[in-house]
Design a protein around this ligand. Structure first.
Ligand SMILES: *Cc1c(COP(=O)(O)O)cnc(C)c1O
Length: 427
């Protein structure tokens, strides 16, 4: 590997950093093999759905205007529904991001007087304005939907007694966030989520359970919809878009819930029947097809990062040995300077905008400054190698993505190099 070392050195990675990476890799070979097995299963699951639905080249045709009788769009939605084992799915490029998809799912299924319960603590930053936890025009609170929350217990598990007490006659929907998002709590496994759903439904059988599935798709062989979720919701510029979808979101779930979502997205009476695809079908299909292996690459990157940084004294969530339920790796760098150095490395390793210098700034929907490193083909895509985080205690960067494992590796090595260069780490 002389040749590789030489090229890496040309790109700014020192032999010491490279060596540290190689030693780390030796330790995690078995975990990589397990990830490949999950990817193989999920690849077959996706292929099976493509074949069952007889996906053909005509599915990739562009539609315009109203988008009536758009076979490609309708089949893609059936493919998603089959993969996630749901009655229906809404998969649209018109859904601008994950927050938008979640907003549709919430506002379509909650009416004035209803209550939304989060039994897993505070939801993701952007949802706080959607719900009205932080006041915002057009929030659910403004429309008379109330909100209740039960925090996790100090050890990160569910407070079943608290949840039992919180469920009341007004509780119409329960929202469960699978991934930790910008919190340092653990991400839940699909099995844990299944247990929580079963508990909630044992108290109130007709409660609608929505799972914010962002970053979780294809990390395991089952999804929350396999264990009782009425809706799972996510972004196409994360896992299921496979890095190719240039925009979009999905909601997969029961026919009743998804119909309401479609009415909310377009208009009552129109629902899923309208919505031109703008010629984006190839990327949505191909991205979903690639998603299991792209997710595997990202997971390998996350595990590599944890195993690289933890021995150097940085707290990693999940830690180096824990099992994985999403593609996010939080690394607590302890200072703003650490966050900036780490992000500089990710940026410098990017295929796009590698010359840019990330600095903290304000972001809509977030209440503290945020730093982001991404040199992505799709703006803001966190399926692509990226790192970001709010500049606040404990100064954690949330690292995720990597369309290829080789790129993820290079990016992480470069982040370490920048930390070394800044004098924050001595190898
Ligand atoms: C990314 C994410 C969202 C939605 O974010 P967008 O940036 O709007 O796509 C929601 N919840 C979680 C847990 C997320 O990770």
């Amino acid at each position: 590997m002389e040749q590789l070392l030489e090229l890496y050195q040309t790109m700014g990675i020192s032999p010491a950093v490279y060596e540290h990476g190689e030693k780390t890799l030796e330790k995690i070979k078995d975990r990589f093999a397990a990830i490949d097995q999950v990817a193989e299963y999920n690849q077959a699951k996706v292929l099976h759905a493509f074949q069952k639905n007889r996906v053909s080249a005509t599915c990739f045709a562009a539609s315009t205007g109203y988008g009536y009788n758009d076979e490609g769009r309708d089949k893609l939605e059936q493919v998603y529904a089959d993969v996630f084992h749901t009655e229906a799915a809404l998969v649209r490029p018109h859904i601008t991001c994950g927050t938008h998809a979640l907003t549709i799912a919430l506002s379509a299924n909650l009416l004035p007087g209803d209550e939304l319960l989060s039994p897993v603590g505070l939801p993701y930053d952007t949802l706080q304005e959607v719900i009205g936890i932080r006041p915002s025009p057009c929030s659910l609170a403004e429309y008379g939907v109330s909100y209740n929350q039960v925090d996790l217990l100090p050890d990160g598990t569910f407070d079943y007694e608290g949840i039992r007490k919180a469920i009341n006659p007004k509780t119409k929907m329960i929202t469960i966030q699978r991934s930790k998002g910008y919190a340092t709590r653990p991400t839940f496994s699909v099995t844990q989520i299944g247990e929580l759903i079963a508990f909630c439904k044992s108290i109130k059988p007709d409660v609608i359970v929505m799972v914010d599935n962002c970053y979780g798709e294809f990390v395991e062989t089952i999804e929350p919809s396999d264990l009782g979720a009425d809706m799972i919701v996510g972004s196409l510029i994360k896992n299921p878009g496979g890095g190719l979808a240039s925009s979009g979101g999905y909601i997969a779930g029961t026919r009743t819930c998804v119909d309401r979502c479609a009415y909310r997205l377009s208009a009552p009476g129109l629902g899923q029947e309208v919505g031109a695809n703008f010629g984006l079908m190839t990327s949505l299909y191909q991205g979903f097809f690639l998603s299991p292996t792209v997710t595997a690459s990202a997971l390998k990157g996350a595990i590599f990062a944890a195993n690289l940084y933890e021995p150097l004294g940085f707290k990693c969530v999940p830690n180096a040995t824990e099992s994985r339920h999403d593609i996010i790796q939080a690394v607590e760098l302890g200072s703003e300077k650490g966050m900036i150095s780490f992000c500089k490395g990710i940026q410098a390793a990017a295929p796009v905008d590698s010359y840019a210098d990330p600095i903290p700034g304000d972001m809509p929907g977030y209440d503290s400054q945020v730093i982001m490193a991404a040199g992505a083909f799709v703006q803001g895509s966190t399926m692509e190698l990226s790192a970001d985080g709010p500049i606040r205690e404990p100064y954690a960067v949330y690292f995720q993505g990597g369309l290829t494992w080789s790129h993820a590796k290079l990016g992480i090595l470069m982040s370490l190099q920048k930390m070394v260069d800044a004098g924050l780490i001595t190898l």
